[in-house]
Design a protein around this ligand. Structure first.
Ligand code: SF4
Ligand code: SF4
Length: 535
């Protein structure tokens, strides 16, 4: 991958709508933009048709009945999801979504305009499922389903992070992410599946988490986090794991206990729960909030999502508290109540410290950590010293899944402003429901599409550059594990000297703990605290 140039050249050439029907094929695939195919072991584990193929080969060795399988599946999805049929029918090509996609902004490729992305599938819909398309063919924007069209679908449906920014601007509410989701499902039905998501899905289905950690590994990792808390605070924390009869099940993305900067967030969880004396437990099976099935098919999303309620029932908890995850909250907010209804053993969540009844969580029985901490702060149940974060000038990145997926805008900001003295917003058109994706969501957090990721992350990086230059922002706070993994690469590429971290890290820094007998001299990363440690 090249260093980023002083001036980013974006060459744009707009084809006519009829030219748009000519598929981009393997001859046009650019390195850094196309995905590797699924591994045999993962395909077998998940019952996906497998064959040895390479996206750069002319012959993709599609199964003999691939066309019939694809069209039958398409019909099944159209019958099952009324939304898909509506989205296929109602686009008026107004273009309001066209420049709202970060991949279009970063690549200048007209086929990355959301409307054009959707047209790759809509053109097949017109040809096989509408009278007008059958009669007028390409004059009506219809095209034959060929192997080249399959190649184009694979190329462009994996240049979309399913972030839904475009849908926020569509006057008809067309959700291109849902179209892409169904398109990926169609591709999976003929074994045209990408590698990255399925590694995580297979591991998660087998062990409960993306890394494939067995129970001892999960418990051991959490113990290591507790030891790091001890090093900073001198407080020994017991980590409850698989504790039957606990009041609360806590679920976070597994990255929180195996990667940095997520690790500091996990330290923050343990410190807060210890300080509150919370009756809670981790689970070694529901050891992953992330769900890459969400970006492949409803069934795979359901399969992985299921374990959270299963564990809640098995452990006999009353309700569920969730950590800094993106996927989990999109699932929870958009699908969970119908995808996997909660077991009857669960109760409506009530904060045991404040008595607050979380009315918004009555249906799913799941409360977000930002809601939980905001409630504690509002009721003055925790003591905080925001000056311990004075070395950070903080901005907040709204993660697509928590922002557009569930509308969680105010709670994290309320928490951050109470634990930090310096907080600055990025420009208005890049935050809250208009937030830009990190560029690596929706199953794109993989090395082979690094150039796409760096280009797709450009709008977010430029918004961050603005507050870095203007206010000296040096800490990008986010409440999504994918963001925390993606941003360090992105910010290095765009040469932004800004650290990436989570809300609970900032809470952990500021939290005054009653068992702490010495004043802290470092933050959770071991950085000296301003005016207190060696600087
Ligand atoms: S904004 Fe909506 S209606 Fe307009 S082109 Fe985009 S998807 Fe179609
Ligand atoms: S969902 Fe996001 S990535 Fe996909 S087309 Fe829309 S804006 Fe682009």
């Amino acid at each position: 991958m090249e260093e980023h140039p002083e001036v980013l050249k974006i060459e744009q050439k707009f084809p006519s709508w009829r030219d748009m029907l000519k598929p981009v094929t393997e001859k046009d695939f650019k390195p850094g933009f196309y995905h590797y195919p699924i591994l045999e072991k993962d395909a077998q584990a998940l019952g996906i048709p497998y064959r040895d193929w390479d996206p750069l080969d002319k012959d993709w060795k599609l199964p003999p009945d691939w066309k019939e399988t694809f069209l039958n599946k398409f019909k099944e999805l159209l019958d099952k999801y009324r939304s898909l049929k509506v989205f296929m029918d109602i686009c008026v090509r107004c273009g309001a979504c066209a420049d709202k996609c970060h991949y279009y902004v970063g690549t200048g490729d007209p086929k990355n305009m959301p409307v054009a992305r959707a047209e790759t599938l809509r053109s097949i819909y017109r040809r096989y499922f509408t009278k007008i398309g059958q009669i007028f063919g390409e004059w009506a924007g219809a095209r034959e389903l060929t192997e080249d069209v399959i190649k184009e679908l694979y190329y462009y449906f994996y240049q979309c992070s399913l972030c839904r920014r475009c849908s926020a601007f569509c006057p008809y509410g067309i959700d291109t992410a849902e179209i892409v989701w169904r398109g990926r499902e169609l591709l999976n039905s003929i074994g045209v599946s990408h590698r990255f998501s399925f590694i995580s899905i297979a591991a998660s289905a087998r062990t409960g988490n993306h890394l494939g950690l067995l129970p001892g590994g999960v418990a051991g990792a959490l113990q290591s986090v507790a030891e790091d808390v001890y090093d900073i605070t001198g407080i020994e924390i017991e980590v409850p794991v698989n504790k039957k009869g606990a009041e609360i099940l806590f679920v976070s993305p597994s990255a929180d206990f195996f990667a940095t900067p997520h690790w500091y967030v996990c330290m923050g969880y343990l410190m807060l729960f210890h300080e509150l004396g919370l009756d809670y437990t981790w689970s070694t099976y529901a050891s992953e909030g992330g769900n890459f099935g969400t970006f492949q098919s409803y069934e795979l999303a359901q399969k992985l999502n299921h374990k959270i309620y299963e564990e809640a029932e098995r452990l006999g908890v009353k309700w569920i508290l969730g950590g800094e995850c993106g996927h989990m909250w999109r699932d929870k907010h958009q699908f969970m109540a119908t995808m996997n209804p909660p077991p009857k053993t669960l109760e409506d969540p009530v904060n045991p410290i404040t008595g607050t009844y979380f009315e918004n969580a009555a249906e799913t029985k799941m409360v977000h950590i930002a809601e939980f901490v905001a409630d504690l702060i509002k009721h003055k149940k925790i003591k905080l010293d925001p000056s311990r974060n004075d070395h950070w000038k903080v901005t907040f990145h709204d993660s697509c899944n928590t922002a557009r997926g569930m509308g969680l805008f105010e709670e994290p900001r309320y928490v951050i402003k109470n634990v930090c003295n310096y907080f600055y917003e990025m420009p208005e058109h890049t935050i809250r429901e208009k937030t830009y994706c990190c560029g690596s969501g929706g199953g794109l957090l993989t090395e082979e599409v690094m150039e796409l990721r760096m280009r797709g992350g450009m709008p977010r990086a430029m918004a961050l550059k603005h507050v870095h230059k203007r206010f000296g922002v040096n800490f990008l706070c986010t409440i999504c594990a994918i963001d925390k993994a993606a941003f360090p690469h992105l910010l290095e590429f765009w040469k932004l000297p800004v650290e990436v971290g989570g809300m609970m890290e900032l809470v952990g820094n500021a939290l005054i703990m009653k068992d702490e007998d010495q004043e802290r001299t470092t933050d959770l990363r071991g950085n000296p605290l301003p005016g207190r440690g060696e600087e």
